[in-house]
Design a protein around this ligand. Structure first.
Ligand code: GDP
Ligand code: IMO
Ligand code: MG
Length: 442
């Protein structure tokens, strides 16, 4: 068991994304997880795609916490996660086939909700553009599953999977009702008649995944309470990013959960007073996948260059990510709202070779400088970014391991961002590998 810090305090930590996802949370969680006993996912579901690179091996994790690659750590999927059970089994089998043993190392909350096959079809139909604004979701059934959870009576949880025989009648009637809802939403005959969507197909899928999952399901809330009492250190891993938060993100172009430290107490099932350290992960630039406002987006060859050099293509959907300059306005919001105590700045290597690097320091709306982020997505779409351009660095920095060895322009850029957003950048990442990380002494 890893010990408390030098002051005898436990060091429970949360890692959150400060943008629209894909900031590099997987790398940072894997890096930190070596010093933790438990790694807990508390929000989202298989919409997440967290990449961990270890030498020539790349792991794309969707539902399993990124601490799963650290042998000493127990992985927990908390009550706030929405679990696609077949997807989870596929991910587990995939890791086991690569020699990663999950026996006794994976716990799934009995209270976590199940993403059902009809949620995924509903997600696609709702996001077709004919039902309102097209969000560009990952089509993993996330929104419909969280909506079902709020409706309560028709929702299924892990505990229902364990007691499947007690829930068969309810499943039959929900599947029938869903069929007519999906039909009224314009589902094609072929999709509706897909075996996977019928009651029989759904039941047999659940029966089959139950065998693999039931042994991992338990009351993780009580287990975490004991763990804290026994002095274990907990690391919480957010999915998505703070600008995708259901309440505080760029609504409606957001996901359906609380993506920051705000999501930890309820989504993981721990005391709101537990976590004191919150590492906000941000790239040295900004990206977004899916639709929605992105004030600092670059629509020119500089954006294309960042996409190609940074390999900015989605881990979950393969979609090209939109790229732009770092946005100090939204980053500052994420620091304040997210209780971010330090920042990990990723992809400094990707910006090498640019003559100038931009930072968005403010927004103009209809010619006026505004001091806030508009709630109306059309207004946010319409803002003009105010850019500050600073000198770029030409050297390849991927081999740099000490802050003072970074080119002076790169150091100035980091200092400038710290000043603008009001938080310390404690880690600078210069490549996807664990060791391509500069740890700054505090
Ligand atoms: P997450 O969803 O926040 O975990 O991020 P993703 O895994 O979706 O996307 C981040 C991508 O950037 C992954 O392919 C990582 O391997 C890669 N990556 C992380 N940090 C760095 C870095 O500092 N430099 C480079 N070049 N790649 C990085
Ligand atoms: P990680 O954890 C990037 C985006 C989708 C879409 C919106 C809603 O890898 O950082 P959803 O399927 O959640 O209803 O989609 O949110 N989105 C992400 N973008 N990274 C993610 O996760 C994302 N999770 C959701 O692209 O715009
Ligand atoms: Mg990702």
């Amino acid at each position: 068991m890893s010990s408390a810090n030098s002051h005898g305090q436990q060091k429970h930590t949360c890692v959150v994304g400060m943008g629209w996802g894909d900031e590099g949370k997987g790398k940072i969680v894997d890096l930190l997880a070596g010093d933790f006993d438990v790694v807990i996912r508390f929000n989202g579901g298989a919409n997440a795609g967290h990449t961990v690179r270890i030498g020539d091996d790349a792991f794309a994790l969707h539902l399993l916490p990124s601490g799963v690659l650290r042998e000493q750590a127990v992985s927990v999927i908390g009550p706030g996660v929405v679990v696609d059970p077949a997807g989870l089994v596929e991910e587990m089998v995939g890791l086991e086939s690569r020699g990663i043993d999950l026996t006794g190392r994976l716990l799934i909350s009995d209270r976590a909700h199940l993403v059902m096959p009809y949620h995924k079809l509903e997600d696609r139909l709702r996001d077709s553009g004919s039902q309102g604004k097209k969000i560009g979701t990952t089509a993993k059934g996330i929104g419909p599953c969280y909506a079902e959870k709020m409706l309560r009576s028709s929702a299924f949880r892990m505990v229902d999977l364990v007691h499947l025989d007690r829930n068969t009648d309810r499943l039959r009637s929900v599947c029938q009702r869903k069929r007519s809802i999906l039909e009224s939403m314009g589902a094609e005959e072929a999709s509706l008649n897909d075996e996977a969507l019928t009651f029989d197909g759904t039941l047999s899928m659940l029966q089959s995944v139950r065998k693999k999952l039931a042994g991992h399901v338990r009351d993780t809330t009580t287990w975490l309470e004991h763990s804290v009492r026994e002095g274990r250190n907990l690391l919480f891993e957010s999915a998505n990013g703070m600008l995708l938060d259901i309440d505080h993100g760029t609504f409606p172009y957001v996901t359906a959960s609380h993506t920051g430290l705000n999501g930890v107490p309820s989504g993981a099932g721990v005391s709101p007073h537990l976590v004191r350290r919150c590492v906000g992960v941000s790239k040295a630039y900004a990206t977004r996948v899916g639709n929605g406002p992105f004030p600092s987006e670059l629509h020119d060859e500089r954006g294309d260059r960042i996409r190609e050099v940074g390999r900015e293509y989605g881990t979950t959907t393969g979609r090209p990510r939109r790229c732009g300059w770092l946005d100090a306005v939204t980053l500052r919001r994420s620091v304040v709202l997210g209780g971010v105590t330090e920042i990990a700045m990723m992809h400094m290597d990707t910006l090498s070779g640019l003559p100038e690097v931009g930072i968005c320091t403010g927004y103009r709306l209809r010619g006026q400088l505004i001091g806030s982020i508009p709630a109306d997505s059309d207004d946010l779409e319409a803002v003009e970014p105010v850019f500050e351009l600073v000198a770029g660095w030409q050297e390849d920095v991927s081999h740099v391991r000490r802050f003072e060895d970074l080119p002076v322009q790169a150091r100035s850029y980091i200092h400038r961002v710290e000043k603008l957003v009001g938080a310390t950048i404690s880690m600078v990442s210069v490549g996807p590998e664990r060791n391509q990380t500069i740890h700054r002494s505090r």
